[in-house]
Design a protein. Structure first.
Lengths: 485, 120, 485, 485, 120, 120
C-alpha cells in the first residue's frame, strides 16, 4: 500500500522526522524541567483597598494591575484577543485560500488550498517548538532572535506576559501571533501559484520561517527587538509597525517577487489568457479577509482599549476608501468598475493601513486609503506588464508595494492624537526610521528568499514537469478534482 | 440497404442564441416534434466577442455562449422544421446562428428497440 | 488608455470629484480647527474610593461611570462592539452579496457583488464626511438632522459619547453604525437586480442616503430624534425600534417597491423561468446573515449587558422558528420543504425580530417567529403574483412586509420584563406610536425614492439597453465573467 | 393549491401540531404563572466597600461576585459567550452544511443543506419548549433528566445562573448550549447522506433528542448529572468532558453507525465512484468549522478566563497538528497529500481535542493532535472498506472513533497544571471513569438509535424509492436544483 | 472517391440516462471498442420533467440531464455496438434515450496522421 | 436533389486537447474560416486516465477533458482545414485526438435565410 515515493518526498519527510524527534525529546524534557506553578486564582487578596481598586481600574484602562491582580487575565481583553485570534485564522482558512483560489484556473484551485492548509500545519508545529520563543522570548537578549526559554511553549500559560500585554493570557497571545506567522508565508503562494511543487514549497516555507520571519518578527515586535521603536528603549532603529506592514506584507511581498523570478513564469504566460476561474470565490475571500483583518489590526493593540478602537476605525475607513478608489480608477480609465477591482482595492487598503492603523487619525486613514489604491493600481497595470515577471496573483503588486508605502506613510501620518504612546524621541525622526526599517526588511527578505530558492532549485527542484503543470496541479500533485459534475 | 429505403431520416442541428431556446422549443412542439437534445456550446463567428479585464490584463473573448439543438426527424418534416426554427430563432442581429441538416441512417429507441421513424 | 466614457460616468465622476474636493478641504480645516485633546489615560485618579468603586461597578452594569472613569472605554463592552461591528460588515460582505448573488442568473451574479462593494465604498465616504454627524450629532438640535459638529468624524475619538453609550468608544460606535448605513441601501439591490445601470444605481444611492437614510436614522436613534421614544424626552412620536425595523428594513423595503415599479420588470419576466443560479450560495449567505445579525441585534444594546443578552436570545428563537415555520408551510401547502424556503424564513425571522429583540421575552420571540414566516410567505406567494411587480429577489416581500409587521408587533409585545428601560409613558400608547412611526417611515421612503428615481430616469436613465441586459450585466457593465471553466 | 401530501408528511405534521398546541398552552401558562421580577440594575449598592471590591475582583477572576453584584452579567464574559454562541451556530450554518454538502454528489447537496436547516429549526423549538430545562434544570434532582422548571425558558433571564456560570447571562448560556444541541444531530447527517427521506429524518431527530441527547447532556453537564465529575459531588461516574467528546461526538458518531447500518448503503455503493462534488465547498466548511470551534471549545469555559485561554490554545495546537499529520500520512502512504486529507485531519483534531481542551497542556494537545490523525485515518482507510458499511461522509470514522479516543486520552493527559479545578478525587481514578463514561455513552447511543430507527423503518419508511434516489434528493425531496447554468 | 470505397465508417450517437454511462462504456469495451467521446446534454422528449418551486414561482423543467456518447467505428461493428448499447442502457422506463447512426467520410488520428479505420 | 448538386458541404469534427484550442482556432482563421462551434467533452481512449483518492476510496478516472470543434465548410476546403487542424493540435503524445469528416446536406444562416455555402 505504500506508494513508491520520490526523493523529494523522502527528503522532506526525513527533515520533518528529524525535527520532530528532536522536538519531542526537548518538549518532554522541557515539561519536566520547569513545571509552571498552578496558579491559585481563588486565593485571598493581599493589598490595600486603594491598591485593589487601582488594579481594577488598570483593567479598564489596560495598564499594569499586577500589584493585586497578578497572573490573571482580564475578561474583556482576553475575550477580544480570543476573538481576534479566531478572526486572523479566518483570514487564512478559508479567507485567503478562497481569495487566491478563485484567481487561479479551475485545475489548480485545490493546489492553492492544499498549500494554505499545509502551511497552517507546518507553521503551527514550528511555532510551538521554537518560533514563539525565538520571536517573543528574551533569553538571548538579542535584537534579532528572542530566546530559548519558551521552546515548546514552555512556561507559556494563561497568565499574561507583561512584556506584551498586561491583561491577555500569554498562551492566547502566542496563538494570536501564531496566526500572523501562518498568514505571512501563505501570502507568498499568490506569486508562485499554479507552477510549484508542493513538497518543495513546504520545504521552502520551513526554512523561510527561520531565516526571514522569526528574526523579522522579533526585530519589530520582540521586547528586545532591533526595530521595536516604542517598547524597546535599546532598539537600533526607532521604527514603528502596528500590525505588520514590514513583518507580514513586506517580507511576503518582496520574497514573492524573488521567488517568482527564480521560478519563472507559468507555461503559456502572456501567450494564452489565464483568467480567474471564479471571481465569486475571490469576492467571498475578500469579505472574509476584511472581516478577519479587524482581528489582525485592532487585535494588535493586544487589548480592547482606546488604541484598538482607533485601529478598528482606521482600518474601516482606509479599506473602504481604497476599494472605492480602485473601482473608480477602473471606471475612469477603462470604463468599467469590476468586482476584482473593488476586491483588489479593498485588500490593498487593508495592507497599507496595517502598519499605520494604531497610529493615525480618521483623516489620515482616508488619505492612506486613496494612496493604497492609486499606487498598487499602477504598479500592477503599468509596471508589471513592462517588467514581465509572472507574479501570478499580484502578491508583489499588492503586498510588497502596499506594505512598503504603508511603512513610509506611517512615518508621515503617525500622530500623538491617535496614539499617546508615540513619544517625541520616536516621532522626531520617524520617517528616517521607517525608511531604515524598510531597507532592512527588503534586504532580509530578498537575500533570504534568494538563498533558499536557489538551494532548493538545485536540490529538490522547484517546478513539476510541463505535463503535470498542463494537466493541473490538483490532479497531479494532490490526486483530487475540485469540482465534479 | 433495405433499411435505407425504408426510412429517410435527417438530423437538424441548430446553433442559436441561448435566450431563444424556449421559443424554438415551442415552435418545434407546435409542429408535433416531441423530442430533441440540447447542449451548451461556444460559438465563434462574425459576431464580435467582448473584452474582459482582470487587473492589468485584457482578454478578448471570441467564443460566445450558444445553444445547440439536435432533432432527428423524418425527411418529410425537415423543411417545416427548419423554417420554424429559423423563424423562432431570428433576431436579425449578427450571431443568430446556423441550421445544418444531414442524413441519419438509423435510429433506435432504447426502451423499446423500435427503429427508424417509429423511434423518433 | 483612457476609455471613452459616456455622459453618465462623467456626471457621476463630476459629482464625486466635487464632493471630494469640498470634503477634503473641510476635513483638513476641521482637523486644524479642533484638535481633540490627547487623552491621558494614565493620569492619577481623582475621586474618593467610594466613587471609584461605583464607577467600576458602573462598568459591570453599563451605567454612567464618568465620575472617575471618564473618557475611557470599558474592555468588555468595547470588545463586544468591535466584534459586533465586524459581524455586521460580514452581513454585507460577503453575506448579503452571496444571498442575493445566488438568487440571480449566472450572468448577473457579479453585478450584484459589484453593487454591494460599490455601496460599501460610497457609503463609508459619505458617513465619514457627513453621515455620522447628520445622524448622531446634535448641533442642529433638530428632530430630523443631527448636526455638523462631527463632519469628517471630527472629535470622534476612542472616548465614549455618553449620549449613546457609557462604555464604548465613540469611533467604534461610529463604525458600528456605519455598517448599518451600508447594509440598508445594499438591501435595495435585491428588488432591482439584473436590470439597472451601475452608474445610475450608485448615483441613486448617493441621494437616497441623504434624503431617506440619514434623516430616518436620526429620527429614530439620534438623541434629538423625532421618533426616539426612550432616549429623547422631546420626541414627537414615542416609538421604539431596537435595531432598525423602520430605519433599515422598512426604508429599504418600501423604497425597493417604488424603485422596481419605476424601473419595470426584467426582460422575459413571467415569460421565461428565472431560477436562482446557485441555491448553495444563497444558503451560505443566509448562514452568514444569521451569524452576523447577532452583531446587528445584540450589538444594538451598545454594550455586552442584560439587554444585549435578551436581544441575542430573542433573535435566535425568532429566526429558527421562522425558518422552520416557512419550511413547514411549504411542506404542507406544496408537499416539499425547500432550502430556499428555510433560508427565506430565516431572513424573514431576522427582519421581523429586529425592532423587537431588545424588548420582548422568549415567548414573544417565538410568536414573532411564527408570524414572521406566515405573513411574508403569503405576501410573496399570493400577493406578488397577483400585483405583478418584479421584486426580483423579494426585498419588498421580506423587508418591507417584515419590517412593517415587526414594528407593529414590537408595539404589541414589548414588555418591561424584557427591558426595564421601557417607561410607562412610552408603553401606555406604544401601539399607536408604532403605527405613527410606520406611516412616517413609509411616506419618507416612498416619496424620497420616487423623486430620486424619476429624476434619474429622465437624466441618466435607469436601465441598460436590452442587448446589455440580455448578455448579462457582468460582462457588459463590469467586464468580467463569474465562472470560467 | 394544497399539494396532496402523503401519509408520512401528515404524521409528522400531526406530531408537530400536537406538540405545538401543548407547548403554546403551557408557555402562556408558564409566562403568567411566574413572571420573573424585572431586575433593577441601577439600584443603590448594598455591601461594604471591601465586599464590593471583592465582587469586582470576582468578575476579573470569574469567581462568585453575587454578594454585591448579583443578577448582573459581567461584560467581558458575556461578550465572549455571545461571540462563542454565534461561532458555534456558524459551525452548523453554513460550516457543517458546506463541509458535508461538498462531499455529496451535485444532485444531493441541497438535501444536506435542508437537513441542517430543518434540524436548526426543530431543535430550537424543542430546546425552548423542554430541552434546556431537561438538560440544565435541577427540579427532578435526577442524574438523567434535569427538571421542568425552565420549560419554555421560563425564568431564564439575563441574570447568570450560578450553577453554570457566575458572570454569563443564563439566556445567553441557554442559547450557547442550544447551538450544541443543534450541531450534534446535524453531524449524523453525514453517515446517512444521499438516501434518507427528509420527513423520516426529521422525525428521527425529534425522538433522538429526547432519548439520546437530552439525557446524555444532562448526565455530563447538568448540575445533578450522573457523569458530571467535577461539579456534581453526587455524580455516579466521576468523568470529565470539557466541550462534548461524549455528549456531542460519541453520541452522533455511534448513532451514525447504527443508523447507516439499518438504512443500508447508497444505490451503486462500491459499484460506481461517488466522489465529492466540490472539495472547495468542503474546504470552506472546514475553515468555518475550525474558526467556529473556538466558540465550541474555548466557550465551554463559560467565561473569558484562564481555562478558556487554555482551551483556545490546546484546540489550535491539536487541530493544526492533526491536519498536518493526516496530510503527511497520505504523502507517505500514497504519495500525495490531498485537500480532503488536510480537512479531514483538521476536523479529526477538533473532535479529539474537544473533551480534553480545558484539561491538557500544550504538549498534551500536540500529542492528541498526532493520535487524532493516525487513529481515524486507519479507521477510515482500513476498517471501513473491510467492514463495508456505507458511512457516506465518515461521521463514524471521524466522530465516533475520534470522540472515543478523545474521551480516553482526556483521562490520560488531563493535568492540574492546565486546569486547577481538577480535584485529586477526580484525577485519581480518571481513566477508569472515562472508560465507564464511554461505555454508558456508547450503549445509550446505540440502543436509542436502534429503537427509533427500527420503529421508523416499519412505520414511515426510511428510504425514498430507487427512482427518487437516482434522480437525486434535491429535485425529488426539495423541488430545487443546486446549480443552474 | 477512392477513399470513399476504402473505408466505410459510421458514427453511433447514443443519448442515454446519465447513470448508465459506466455500463454502456463497459459493454463497448467488451466489444473491443477502445475510444469514445462523451458529453453532457439535456434531453426533451416523452419523459416528463419535474417541477421546481422557488419561493412563489413554479417552473416546469422539461429538459432532463442525459449523456451523449459518440463512437466512430467500422461499418462492420455497428450492429454489435448498437445492440450492446441498447442492452446496457435499457431500464425499460420512459426516457431511456435513442441511438442514431450515420455515415462518416473520413477519420484522422491527430497524433499519427493515420486515416480511415486505422485512426479509430 | 438540385440543392444536393448545388452545394457540397462537409462538417469537420475535431476532438483535441483543451490547451490546443487557441492554436487550432488560429490555424483555421488563417485559412479564412470564420466560424466554428466548440464544446467541452470527455474523451475515453488509449490515453490513460488518472487515479483520484478521496479518503479511503480510489477512483480511476478514464474520461479526460477534451474539446470538440465543429466546422462546416465547402468540400473544397476540407483537405486544407483537416491538415491545418492536425498540424496545430499535434503534440505527438497519446491522446491528441481525432478528426472526423462527414457530409452536410444543407446549411442555413438564421439571420438572413441564406442557404448553402453562403450560409457558412
Ligand atoms: N462554419 C461554421 N461551422 C460551424 N458553426 C458555425 C460556422 N459558422 C458559424 N457557426 C456558428 O454560428 C454562430 C453564429 O455565427 P456568426 O457568424 O457569429 O453570425 P451569423 O449566424 O449571424 O452569421 C457562431 O457563433 C458559431 O457557433
Ligand atoms: N427526435 C429526437 N431527436 C433528437 N433527440 C431525441 C429525439 N427524441 C428524443 N430524443 C432524445 O432522447 C431522449 C429520450 O426520449 P424520450 O422521448 O423522453 O423517451 P424514450 O427514449 O423512452 O422514447 C430525450 O430526452 C432526448 O434527449
Ligand atoms: N472511436 C472513437 N470514436 C469517437 N471518439 C474517439 C474514438 N477514439 C478516440 N476518440 C476520442 O479521441 C480522444 C483521443 O483518443 P486516444 O485513443 O486517447 O489517443 P490518440 O488520439 O492519440 O489515439 C479520446 O479521448 C476520445 O475523445
Amino acid at each position: 500500500m505504500v506508494a513508491s515515493f520520490n526523493l523529494d518526498t523522502r527528503r522532506l519527510i526525513s527533515l520533518i522526522l528529524f525535527c520532530c524527534s528532536f522536538f519531542v525529546a526537548a518538549a518532554v524534557f522541557g515539561q519536566n524541567a520547569s513545571p509552571s506553578p498552578a496558579p491559585s486564582p481563588q486565593s485571598a487578596q493581599a493589598g490595600s483597598l486603594e491598591d485593589r481598586v487601582a488594579s481594577l481600574e488598570a483593567y479598564i484602562k489596560n495598564t499594569d494591575g499586577s500589584k493585586t491582580l497578578a497572573d490573571v487575565p482580564g475578561p474583556g481583553h482576553n475575550a477580544w484577543m480570543m476573538t481576534a485570534a479566531a478572526l486572523v485564522l479566518f483570514m487564512t482558512l478559508p479567507g485567503l485560500a478562497l481569495f487566491y483560489g478563485g484567481l487561479v484556473r479551475r485545475k489548480n484551485v485545490l493546489s492553492v488550498l492544499a498549500q494554505c492548509l499545509g502551511i497552517v500545519g507546518l507553521v503551527t508545529l514550528l511555532w510551538w517548538a521554537a518560533g514563539y520563543s525565538l520571536v517573543f522570548g528574551k533569553g538571548f537578549n538579542n535584537p534579532f532572535f528572542g530566546g530559548a526559554e519558551h521552546f515548546f511553549l514552555n512556561g507559556v500559560t494563561s497568565s499574561p506576559n507583561g512584556d506584551y500585554s498586561y491583561w491577555v493570557s500569554e498562551n492566547v497571545y502566542a496563538m494570536y501571533q501564531l496566526m500572523f506567522a501562518i498568514i505571512t508565508p501563505a501570502l507568498i503562494i499568490g506569486a508562485i501559484a499554479e507552477r510549484m511543487k508542493f513538497t518543495t514549497l513546504m520545504t521552502f516555507m520551513f526554512f523561510w520561517m527561520f531565516i526571514v520571519y522569526f528574526p523579522m518578527a522579533h526585530m519589530v515586535w520582540g521586547i528586545t527587538g532591533f526595530m521595536n521603536g516604542i517598547w524597546n528603549p535599546a532598539s537600533g532603529i526607532k521604527a514603528i509597525d502596528f500590525a505588520g506592514g514590514t513583518v507580514v506584507h513586506m517580507t511576503s511581498g518582496w520574497s514573492s517577487l524573488i521567488l517568482c523570478l527564480i521560478l519563472g513564469p507559468r507555461l503559456g504566460f502572456k501567450r494564452e489568457p489565464i483568467p480567474p476561474h471564479s471571481v465569486v470565490l475571490t469576492m467571498i475571500g475578500t469579505g472574509m479577509l476584511w472581516v478577519g483583518w479587524y482581528g489582525f489590526n485592532a487585535g494588535s493593540a493586544v487589548a480592547a482599549d482606546r488604541i484598538a478602537a482607533n485601529a478598528f476605525t482606521a482600518t474601516t475607513l482606509a479599506t473602504a476608501t481604497a476599494a472605492f478608489a480602485w473601482g473608480m480608477l477602473e471606471k475612469i480609465l477603462r470604463g468599467k468598475a469590476s468586482v476584482l477591482g473593488f476586491c483588489t482595492g479593498a485588500v490593498a487598503g487593508l495592507v497599507v493601513i496595517t502598519p499605520a492603523c494604531g497610529f493615525v487619525t480618521s483623516t489620515g486613514a482616508v488619505i492612506i486609503g486613496v494612496l493604497a489604491a492609486v499606487v498598487p493600481y499602477f504598479a500592477i497595470s503599468l509596471l508589471k506588464p513592462k517588467l514581465g515577471y509572472d507574479d501570478a496573483l499580484d502578491t508583489f503588486g499588492v503586498h510588497a508595494v502596499g506594505g512598503t508605502i504603508g511603512a513610509l506613510l506611517t512615518g508621515l501620518l503617525a500622530s500623538k492624537q491617535a496614539n499617546p504612546n508615540l513619544r517625541d524621541d520616536v516621532l522626531s525622526s520617524l520617517f528616517a526610521s521607517q525608511l531604515a526599517a524598510v531597507v532592512v526588511t527588503l534586504i532580509l527578505s530578498v537575500v533570504g528568499t534568494a538563498i533558499i530558492a536557489f538551494a532548493l532549485k538545485f536540490s529538490m527542484g522547484l517546478r513539476p514537469t510541463a505535463e503535470v503543470e498542463t494537466a493541473g496541479l490538483d490532479i497531479s500533485e494532490h490526486g483530487e478534482e475540485a469540482y465534479i459534475s | 440497404m433495405i433499411g435505407w429505403l425504408r426510412t429517410e431520416m435527417k438530423k437538424i442541428e441548430a446553433i442559436i442564441k441561448p435566450f431563444k431556446l424556449e421559443e424554438v422549443k415551442e415552435a418545434l412542439s407546435d409542429l408535433g416534434i416531441e423530442g430533441m437534445t440540447v447542449s451548451e456550446v461556444k460559438g465563434f463567428g462574425r459576431q464580435k466577442g467582448h473584452t474582459e479585464i482582470y487587473r492589468g490584463s485584457e482578454y478578448t473573448v471570441d467564443f460566445l455562449p450558444k445553444i445547440k439543438i439536435e432533432v432527428v426527424l423524418p425527411d418529410s418534416m425537415v423543411d417545416n422544421a427548419t423554417t420554424a426554427i429559423v423563424k423562432a430563432a431570428k433576431t436579425g442581429k449578427i450571431g443568430d446562428g446556423k441550421v445544418f441538416v444531414y442524413n441519419i441512417d438509423e435510429a433506435i429507441r432504447i426502451r423499446t428497440d423500435e427503429t427508424g421513424e417509429k423511434a423518433i
